[in-house]
Each structure stands twice: as C-alpha cells, then as structure tokens.
Design a protein around this ligand. Sequence first.
Ligand SMILES: [Fe+2]
Length: 337
Amino acid sequence: MSAQEPLYPHYLPIRPEGFTKTIDIPPFDIVEPGSRADPAKPEIYTSAAQIKNITPRVGTEIRGVQISQLSNDGLDQVALLAAERGVLVFRDQDFADIGTDKQKQIAGYFGPLHQHPTMGYPKGTGPEFHVVYADEKVGNLRDLLGPRTSYDLWHVDQTFTANTPGATFFWVLETPESGGGDTAFTSLTAAYQALSPSFRNLLHSLELLHTSASVGEIARVGQERALREAVKAVHPLIIKHPVTGEPSLFVNPTIARQIVDFKPEESEFLLSFLHEHIRSLDFSCRVSWEKGTVVIWDQRTAAHSAVPDFEDGARRHMVRIIPYGSQPQAAFPSTKS
Ligand SMILES: [Fe+2]
C-alpha cells in the first residue's frame, strides 16, 4: 500500500477540463533531429560515459551523460542513437527535478508535442504532459482494463495521425515499494528481420488502419464515445525508418487492428500472427526503473508494453512527453499496386 505521501505531489495528474476530443493533427513536414546528428555522437560517447547494450538487438543503458546538459547537437545525437537502438535508458538523471518548463523545452526540441485527450497532467502544465499514476485510490492499469489473464498490452503510442510519434520521453518519479512496474520494449526492426524474405514480400504492400479508439481509450471513455470521436490514419505495415532507413514492422496491436482492403477474418489471421511475433524474447527487453531513470525511445522502431505486476494499492508515478516525428513512409513503395 502507498500510505506515505507522494514524493512528487506537484506532478499528480489533474484533468480539470475532463476528457476532450482527440486532436486530428493535419500532416506537416519536419526535419528529423536524428538526421542532423554527428554519427560519432561525441556528446554521448564521452570519456565519462558508461554505455552498454541491454541486448544486442534492442536497448542501450547509459550512465555518465546528463540529458539536461546536452546541447542541441547532443539532443540530435540522442535522437540518432534512439533510432539505431530503439530504446535508451539514461540512469542517474536530474531530469525529474529541472522543472516542467525545461522538461517541455528539451522534449519539444524533437518535434511538436502530442496533447493527450484523457490523461492527467501536472497542475500548471497542459496535456502535453502525460502522467501515468497508480495508487490505492485511483487504482492501476489492471483496474482500468478489468479481469484478464495477462496485462501485456504491446503498442506504439498515438499513431492515428498522419505524423506519428518519434523519440519519446518517459521518466520516473516514484517506483512501487513492492518492486515491479517495469516497461518492456521490443524491436520492430529486428522483428521484421526475423521474417523470411518470402514472407516479408507478402507484407510490403499492405497498409494498416490506425484509430484513436484504442483499447485504452475505450476503457477510459467507453466504446460509443471512442468510436464517435475517433481520429484515423492509414500507415504502411512495413515502414522505412526516417533516419536509419531500416525497414520496421509497424504493427500496433491496440490501435491498428485492421489491414486495409482485407476481409475481417484475413486481417485477424495475419495480425494475430504478427502481434504474437513481436512479443518474442529474441528481440525484446525489459527496463527496470530506478530513481533518476529517463527512457527515450523511438516509436518507429520499438513497441512497448507496461508490466503492471506491482501490488494492488502500490504507488507508481511516471511522466511521458511525446514529440511528433515525420509521416511514416513505406519501406518498399515500388511493390505497391
Ligand atoms: Fe504507451
């Protein structure tokens, strides 16, 4: 139980205006910060830095680099490394304590910020801040979703607009006393590479319908309202990463559940395989949160899932900011009919 007061009361989620409509952002052009970066990444690979792969295929843990001290060049290098490695886990950061203005300024360097229609934000800020909060009063993700055998919920955040999220910030304020509450990530580029060339060819021309009427939003606002106010976009199933050029299996099990022009049974059949495929331990990793941890991950190359395994009533307090990146492009457009 979380009997004590929160460590960061000024970051408790509020939503005075209630749930709003999802904003349908018109398409826009953006220069990807990672495309400007020095490939040697001198502000990250310093003599003081300790950097190691979490697994060879996804995730890098970094100590000795302070995000708040990086120049714009350094932030470009972060974007490039996130694109290459999927997930960056920065330890021992002061980020949680630099104030919301500076947090917004740093994340906003990567692109315009997504405004969430239903999540709470810290008082004095706005819906660009997404507070993920559980305690004995508000409950946790298990309470939101109701009885299930598993609370794995692999997804990419907020992909229902023409431009989709890029390098995303997620940081911890308070971890559950019981332990747990990790976040899992899986490499969508490694998931693509694991498929045979023949099978990949079957996927290259396909597109998915992404909708804001996701599993999570239906749980929050109800199915009727979620469907009535849904914002939708179509994206290629296999996208080319805008910085690395790597093909990526751009599935999104909670948001994109329909293959364009497929009959429902065909769509269900193929997507159920792909959704199971991306869960493989072969190309996923699990991030354990510690005081001072900030994760920056690239939503075009890594999907994620919460691991809501902590005790009922335990407090877990996190904040996320999502900058938009460019519009997903097909990796193999010439194969389209
Ligand atoms: Fe998410």
